[in-house]
Ligand binder design. Sequence first.
Ligand SMILES: [Mg+2]
Length: 384
Amino acid sequence: MAAGVSQAQGSSGWSQRNWCFVKVYTDEGIVGIGEGSGWPRVVQTALEDLRAIVVGEDPANIERIWQKMLVTTMGNGMTGTPGSGAMNAIDMALWDIKGKALNTPVWNLLGGKMRDKIRAYGHAGTPERALELVDKYGLKALKTGGVHRTADKVEALRKAVGDDVDLMVDAHGPPWHSTKDAIIVGKSLEQFNLLFYEDPVPPDNVEALRRVQDNVDIPIAAGERHSHIWGVRRLIEEEIVDVIQPDTGRIGGISQMMKLSAMAEAHFISVAPHSGSLGPIAEYAAIHILAAIPNALILERLHDDVPARYEVVPEIPTVDGFIEVPDAPGLGVDIDEDVVAANPSHGNTSTPGREGDGNYEPGTWNEHVYVQTRYSRQANLRGG
Ligand SMILES: [Mg+2]
């Protein structure tokens, strides 16, 4: 479904958003719901191909079905995020089916509760937005983005919300953000005691992330663009991150999330699932996982980004900064298919840069979002 245009204040023009939900039907009448991200319109095509592999299987055998999907798609090359997103959606629906069949919530199948409520954080680009989120949802953690005068932005947020609210910075891994710039920005942020500094360099450049980790005294977070446990293996095994941020829609499903969490636990790395472009079914799945794992740090949550979010499912509220873990069988949520039908998908790309600012104008800050720190360096990098 088309989820709409992000209304988040401070957003930089990421335009059309899509969500892809899947339903898996069983011959006993139980229906499981799942979500796949990682380019949802491509995931939809992958799901149609995977249908033949899944239909006829016993839905209780989740790992068997996952491995079968992996092996039967190997001929297409390495499993990237669209493939992993499709497997993710089916895996999630199978866990939902198992919970409903056994009349128990998914968190109970994952080992039971470590906690009754999950700490959430929101996105704030301005002090006004930060105060609005603190007031509305009681949030005690906020994240801001970008690599442009970041320390100034964080200083303004810190002044607005005080010392008891955790702040984070997401640099969004710009493909041409040099390692040196990532370290300069990071060092300018050390004074604010951030909860983490996210994707300071392109996620493809693990060696660069290692250099940032070695040179910046802020916990480093990354992992949202990767798929399955092999995608994040080096980040965890070489302790390049302090916080791992799997996307609950494209990491490969609840099964992969649990394996990843155990790998991270062995290295004393905490888990903070990515949301961003994700829809509300994956959010529910993340809540069940965070309820069960010991190393859950916090959940990224977009509360009021697009109106469709809580039209397609009932809202699970954030109260005093926390989300209460649901007790209904399975994931405890279903979609309103009329809302999906009323919002047909028609494209799923975005325009980097700020809308209306003359994107791609050569020699300007807007030439490309990824060259922002290469021009007017004194003005762009100073701050704090
Ligand atoms: Mg991010």
